[in-house]
Design a protein around this ligand. Structure first.
Ligand code: DI6
Ligand code: FE
Length: 416
């Protein structure tokens, strides 16, 4: 007897689906199907038109667990060598981030370590951090360069970032952040460095296919508005998306400028003004909030969350994983901090690591919600409600991850 072809590859049944399409988008006692790595169907169990075994080659019982889109960490600097524990100690003794940066510590010391590291060592050090993020349900990860500040090392960092996406079940989004800090070779010549970033580095990086976006650190201790604008112009000429580290330590107007260049996101924003919030609303730019850096620097100003809310600017939440101001590899902790420190609601925080994080990477057509046709990237949690993901500190309820329709690691944390 001829076996009729089953319509779906895999089907997950008996779960609480948090589609994230509109708020949590809960579907109680739901099921979700994948075909060729994409979401083929989802809905309440009673709407399944046949028995699960007849509909899919493989059927997984969620046993009431909660299934969300795979989490997206849309702002990290996780490829770097060495670490900066000594700087943490200095800061506790009273030194601030600017003083350390001006004294040649800070970013510059990570630049030296990253230049000196072999590509293999850089990969191993960075993989450990990526694995920590994945263990909490991350399936898409943005990684910035910016600790090379010369072509060779920037390329090395971006190759390592790309490699992470090849050896782990994660989609890696590559961002070139050559304008992170002034390269030591260009001391007192920031304009010449920016020219090198635009004319020598960026074309090579584009040629190597190693960047989807370009970012710039616009700040009194980094680059000014005119320099940022040269970077944005060049990025647009090369057809790359624009991002900006904006208003982290002061209000420079960089978020407004980035909005004029249709930036995908502006990130940090502790000193964002109301007129800049309006500009973001007009350009559809995502505001990425980074509570890890805020906490670590013991910053006092919180981003203008109420204004962002009023103007309907989408808010994302990310780790900013970096060795200086946010040595953080827990996106779940950032969910909690976004609520306790910045007063987001749990629903907003969760949108910030799913739907809005996808938009911050220009991936909102394919990622970030449970929607038919989008990539079948899921995280499965032993929680009764998605707000529980935001509520815990230091407890990981992840049961399993599905990447492109494939189950990645069963009972990764023993939470089944
Ligand atoms: N803002 C940050 O918080 C990180 N980079 C940036 O532009 C800090 C990077 C570092 O201190 O290593
Ligand atoms: Fe950053």
């Amino acid at each position: 007897m001829q076996q009729t072809e089953k319509p779906w590859d895999s089907l997950w049944i008996n779960g609480l689906l948090a589609t994230q399409e509109d708020g949590y988008g809960l579907i109680k006692n739901g099921a979700i199907a994948s075909k060729d790595g994409k979401i083929a169907w989802l809905g309440p169990m009673e709407d399944l038109r046949d028995s699960p075994e007849r509909l899919a080659k493989t059927v997984y019982d969620l046993k009431g667990h909660c299934l969300t889109p795979g989490l997206i960490d849309c702002h990290t600097h996780l490829v770097y060598a060495g670490n900066r524990y000594y700087e943490f100690e200095l800061r506790l003794q009273g030194a601030n981030y600017e003083t350390i940066a001006r004294a040649g510590g800070g970013i510059q010391s990570t630049v030296m370590a990253t230049r000196a590291a072999t590509e293999e060592s850089l990969l191993q050090q960075s993989l450990a951090r990526a694995k920590a993020l994945l263990a909490e349900g991350v399936t898409t990860l943005e990684i910035k360069s910016g600790y090379g500040l010369d072509l060779e090392t920037e390329l090395k960092m971006l190759r390592v970032a790309k490699r992470i996406g090849e050896v782990l079940p994660v989609t890696v989004y590559l961002t070139f952040l050559g304008a992170h800090a002034l390269a030591p070779e260009f001391k007192n010549k920031p304009d010449e460095y920016i020219a090198a970033v635009c004319h020598d580095m960026l074309p090579e990086i584009v040629h190597a296919g190693l960047a989807q976006a370009v970012d710039v650190f616009c700040e009194t201790i980094a680059f000014d508005l005119a320099q940022a604008e040269r970077i944005f112009k060049t990025a647009r000429e090369f057809g790359l998306a624009v991002k900006c580290h904006a208003e982290q330590l002061s209000d420079s107007g960089s978020a407004r400028l980035a909005a004029e260049y249709q930036a995908l996101s502006v990130d940090h924003l502790e000193y964002l003004s109301e007129s800049s919030v309006e500009a973001l609303a007009r350009s559809g730019t995502v505001a990425v909030l980074l509570p890890g850096a805020f906490y670590y620097l013991r910053e006092k100003n919180i981003p203008p969350v109420e204004l962002l809310r009023q103007h309907k600017v989408p808010m994302a939440v990310a780790t900013d994983c970096n060795p200086g101001t946010s040595p953080v590899t827990s996106l779940l902790l950032m969910l909690n901090m976004a609520c306790t420190l910045f007063r987001l609601t749990p629903e907003e925080a969760l949108a910030g690591v799913t739907r809005h994080a996808a938009k911050a990477l220009g991936l909102d057509k394919t990622h970030g919600t449970l929607t038919v046709g989008k990539v079948a990237d899921f995280a499965i949690w032993n929680v009764e409600h998605p707000a529980e993901l935001v509520y815990y500190v230091g407890f990981n309820p992840l049961v399993n991850v599905v990447k492109g329709g494939n189950v990645c690691h069963s009972r990764v944390c023993g939470n089944e």
